[in-house]
Design a protein around this ligand. Structure first.
Ligand SMILES: C[S@@+](CC[C@H](N)C(=O)[O-])C[C@H]1O[C@@H](n2cnc3c(N)ncnc32)[C@H](O)[C@@H]1O
Ligand SMILES: [Zn+2]
Length: 304
């Protein structure tokens, strides 16, 4: 069962009770969208997702709201083209959905033996995780695992992946990769997560280009908002959260010119107010009820 993360906090920040147009950039199974539509009879939602199977399920769940919701199959990096009116609020609840993680065929999780695909939009024509491991050189693979997975043993993992490839036995399934990682890292009994978790996260981020699109998306989203409209973003790991935090600071007018430069040339301009001085995290109750929420951080800014 998929529970939306911090639904009350999100609705409060987005000020949903006043009605208006809300863009849910990561519709998923429609949890946040449903809460938004239920909170006000005059709220409308544009629900974006790049995953057809998520859209199909969300359509069923939100059927009763009729014309108040519109579904768009797209990457949210195209928000400018997708949304024609100035929205009152925009939400992005980043990362994968439980639908994707619990799929036994799409390769997001080592709990199921499946081909290493990991594309949120299989129709995109983008490279699968198996193709990345087949085509990138050892350093590129190590860099992905290090940067996107913050995995200390990235080099050793990459070396073994390339060794297998050279031996004519490329790593093509979740089970093969999980086993390879397990054999490459030293077992640490204090580790609460499976040793392959970080490598799987890293590959997923690379396959879907998750971090590359984030900064520009935030600039675009803030730009199309109505005055007083709110942009709220939920992240699930420190790399994403850092990008959101720093991009919000830039939108709030922070100058990034070299310190001794006499005049600002970076184009710093204050267009939003940051509403969450510190990120909001789920209550202990929610963390207990919904383990997926444990690493979540919610930040929001308001258009001036
Ligand atoms: C964490 S789930 C969202 C769950 C949703 N808020 C709910 O309450 O059910 C993230 C969803 O965003 C989608 N997604 C992730 N990145 C995307 C992107 N760049 N463009 C469009 N959809 C994206 C995924 O396919 C997934 O369905
Ligand atoms: Zn500057």
């Amino acid at each position: 069962m998929h529970l939306p993360v911090m639904p009350e906090e999100v609705l409060r920040l987005l000020n949903v009770s006043r009605g208006g147009l809300y863009v849910d950039c990561t519709l998923g199974l429609g949890g946040h969208a449903e809460a938004t539509l239920a909170a006000s009879d005059t709220a409308r939602v544009v629900g974006i997702d790049q995953d057809d199977s998520a859209l199909r399920l969300a359509k069923e769940r939100l059927d009763r709201f009729g014309e108040r919701v519109r579904f768009v199959k797209s990457n949210f990096s195209a928000i400018r083209e997708v949304v024609e009116e100035e929205p009152d609020g925009i939400l992005a609840d980043l990362g994968v959905s439980s639908l994707q993680l619990d799929s036994d065929t799409r390769g997001f999780s080592f709990r199921f033996d499946a081909p290493l695909d990991m594309r949120m939009d299989p129709a995109s024509g983008g490279r699968t995780a198996a193709e990345l491991l087949e085509e990138l050189d050892e350093t590129e693979i190590a860099n992905i695992i290090y940067q996107y997975g913050e995995e200390r043993h990235s080099r050793r993992i990459a070396r073994r992946i390339v060794e297998k490839r050279k031996a004519g036995e490329p790593v093509t399934t979740t089970t093969e990769l999980a086993e390879l990682v397990k054999r490459s890292v030293r077992f640490n009994p204090k580790d609460k997560i499976h040793p392959a978790t970080r490598t799987f996260q890293a590959l997923r981020i690379a396959v879907n280009g998750e971090l590359e699109i984030l900064e520009k998306f935030i600039f675009d989203a803030a730009d199309i908002l109505k005055t007083d409209g709110v942009l709220a973003i939920i992240t699930f790991h420190s790399l994403e959260d850092r990008i959101v935090k720093q991009t919000f600071q830039r939108l709030a007018g922070k100058c990034i010119c070299p310190p001794r430069q006499p005049q600002c040339t970076c184009g710093a301009r204050r267009t939003v107010e940051i509403v969450t001085k510190k990120p909001i995290i789920p209550t202990e109750d929610e963390q207990r009820q919904n383990p997926r929420s444990r690493s979540a951080k919610l930040r929001a800014c308001r258009k001036l």
